[in-house]
Design a protein around this ligand. Structure first.
Ligand code: PLP
Length: 397
């Protein structure tokens, strides 16, 4: 297989070899059900609780506040649906942002059909939530604010502490989808007044199909999966011990390497951004220039169709994304890019490149050279571009 330069780490990441190694014995050797009383089962239970403690430590939380789920989407669904149900006697209003992941947005749409009211707060041109609008949206019936920690498409990091303070001041629960942020930026649930937090293994070099929901002690939240007594009777089902062990090791690894890894990623990210903006005309960066995920770059190229660009990059072994994996395949431009004010035709020409610790400067140089020639070729085939060039030349006379 030809060399692949994988720049789609916001979609998923490679499972780290040490994570796989740690998981393997839990398939074939320590396969006991954690709910049993014999030693084999205890072994599973201990491994699970160790992972729980590692994750809790990473957030400044307690082990008993971590509930394992099947990933980010489930955690988001749980946080929203179960809060809505548990607090509906207090009110029926939920506040979120326009740039959430579909796991939040589509859950909110479903809740609206059940009679809840949802306010989708605007973001500014950098993708930062408008705090004054958030405050204005609060009603006596507001039960929950859910705002993502960092955006999966444009990388913008939200003022989570400020949002947490606003929520706390008004006695409203605060949930954050931290699937992109967990393991990439430091998070402390107490400092940020976070009541619930979603994360997912496969976004931090852990396995797919495992995640967790942090639920602050004292938050009334209903069981999401009914059945056995697992996860303090709140999420039934025999625990995914290999996945949980993998998530624990991935978390430990991400936290231990965070400073060094992200410093290197930020340097490469900024190098990529600077060169692309300088060397490719009619290009813009999407998302906040500095207050963004260490590994995220997102560009819009005028007169370019995102899908064609992705296909051509793929022919050179470069994996990128034109929005979020979930929206590829549909012709609608990304809701995030529209929310930051991009017109449809510019949003269509977008490219997200998300780095990992394995990416080198040579990789980035290679990508930039390929990108330059791809964009030149695509533009040379674009009647819109031709027209634009002709008009601007005419204007110079
Ligand atoms: C990937 C992602 C999710 C979904 O997580 P899964 O584990 O794939 O279900 C939710 N929110 C954000 C911000 C994401 O990036």
């Amino acid at each position: 297989m030809k060399k692949i330069i994988y720049l789609d780490n916001a979609a998923t990441t490679k499972t780290a070899p040490e994570v796989v190694d740690a998981m393997l014995p839990y398939f074939t050797e320590f396969y006991g059900n954690a709910s049993t009383i014999y030693d084999l089962g205890n072994h599973s239970k201990n491994a699970m609780n160790e992972a729980r403690d590692i994750i809790a430590d990473a957030l400044g939380a307690r082990g008993e506040e971590i509930y394992f789920t099947a990933g980010g989407s489930e955690s988001d669904n749980w946080a929203l649906k179960a809060t809505a149900e548990a607090y509906k006697s207090k009110g029926n209003h939920i506040i979120t942002s326009k740039i959430e992941h579909h796991a939040i947005l589509h859950t909110c749409e479903w809740l609206e059909k059940q009679g809840f009211e949802v306010t989708y707060v605007d973001v500014d041109e950098n993708g930062v939530i408008k705090l004054n609008e958030l405050k204005k949206a609060i009603r006596p019936t507001t039960i929950l604010i859910s705002v993502m920690f960092a955006n999966n498409e444009i990388g913008t990091i939200q003022p989570i502490k400020e949002i947490g303070e606003i929520a706390k001041e008004h006695g409203i629960l605060f949930h954050t989808d931290a699937v992109q942020a967990f393991g990439q930026v430091p998070i402390n649930v107490d400092e940020c007044h976070i009541d619930m937090l979603s994360a997912s293994g496969h976004k931090l070099n852990g396995p797919k199909g495992i995640g967790f929901l942090y639920i602050r002690k004292g938050v009334k939240i209903r069981s999401f999966v009914h059945g056995g007594a697992q996860e303090r009777k709140r999420r039934a089902g025999t625990e995914n011990i290999p996945g949980i062990v993998g998530l624990g090791v991935a978390t430990k690894r991400a936290i231990a390497s965070m400073q060094e890894r992200t410093a290197k990623e930020i340097e490469l990210r900024d190098y990529l951004i600077d060169r692309v903006l300088k060397e490719i005309p009619y290009t813009r960066l999407n998302g906040h220039r500095t207050n963004r995920l260490p590994n995220n770059a997102n560009f819009s190229f005028q007169f370019i169709e995102g899908e064609s660009m992705l296909i051509m990059l793929d022919m050179d072994g470069i994996c990128g994304s034109s929005g979020s994996a979930c929206t590829s395949g549909s012709l609608d431009p990304s809701h995030v890019l529209l929310a930051i004010g991009l017109p449809h035709e510019i949003a269509h020409g977008s490219l997200r490149l998300t780095l990992s610790e394995e990416i080198t400067k040579e990789d980035i140089d290679f990508v930039i050279e390929k990108l330059k020639s791809i964009i030149e070729r695509l533009r040379s085939m674009s009647p819109l571009y031709e027209d634009f060039v002709r008009k601007s030349k005419g204007g110079e006379k």
